[in-house]
Ligand binder design. Structure first.
Ligand SMILES: CC(C)(COP(=O)(O)OP(=O)(O)OC[C@H]1O[C@@H](n2cnc3c(N)ncnc32)[C@H](O)[C@@H]1OP(=O)(O)O)[C@@H](O)C(=O)NCCC(=O)NCCS
Length: 152
């Protein structure tokens, strides 16, 4: 049976959908211009996913020396817990391997248990913590956890 989830390269015409999804997913969403600027860079990797052909999520990462940093990932609330983020991250992981990179890094709020579970399930390991790194809508400060997936 063909997979319900498909991942493709993100291009300019999908960016408005990313902006809307970012708005419902994060307390401090990015503006369209920030997405556009990132997408222009040669070092950026960006994928979007469809679930039954409907835009359902995206991920953006950037190569820095011999590692890939995941900058953001979000899945439409209507399509969460169906494997969309797993599919996006596995594609990114294969890309990093094909480029001979050493590891993938990601930062996540200490309060974001869903994302932490996701990364741990894919083999990421907690490597550090940044105190009071994120500012929530109500100005409350929250720590960042640093996760890394190292290729053998
Ligand atoms: C975190 C997020 C990307 C997960 O996307 P998703 O497509 O629902 O994730 P998947 O379906 O691939 O789930 C894979 C694993 O992640 C974990 N997970 C996902 N959602 C979870 C939830 N609500 N509660 C607990 N664990 C969860 C589970 O371990 C899950 O494996 P399982 O299905 O075997 O239990 C999504 O919830 C999201 O967009 N959140 C808002 C934006 C965000 O927090 N991005 C990450 C910033 S670092």
């Amino acid at each position: 049976m063909p997979s319900l989830i498909k991942c493709k390269s993100l291009d300019r015409k999908n960016l408005e959908l990313c902006v809307v999804l970012h708005q419902v997913s994060f307390p401090r969403p990015w503006m369209l211009k920030e997405f556009e600027d990132l997408l222009c860079l040669r070092t950026t990797f960006a994928l979007f996913a469809t679930y039954k052909s409907v835009f359902s999520g995206f991920v953006m990462g950037m190569v820095c020396d011999d590692r890939l940093e995941i900058l953001t990932i979000a899945v439409d609330p209507a399509y969460r817990q169906r494997g969309v983020a797993t599919c996006l991250l596995k594609k990114i992981l294969h890309k990093a391997l094909s480029l001979n990179l050493k590891c993938i890094d990601i930062e996540v709020s200490s309060e974001n248990k869903s994302a932490q579970n996701l990364y741990q399930k894919l083999g990421f390991v907690l490597t550090g913590q940044r105190k009071n790194y994120y500012t929530e809508e109500n100005q409350r400060r929250v720590d960042a956890y640093l996760y890394r997936l190292t290729f053998k």
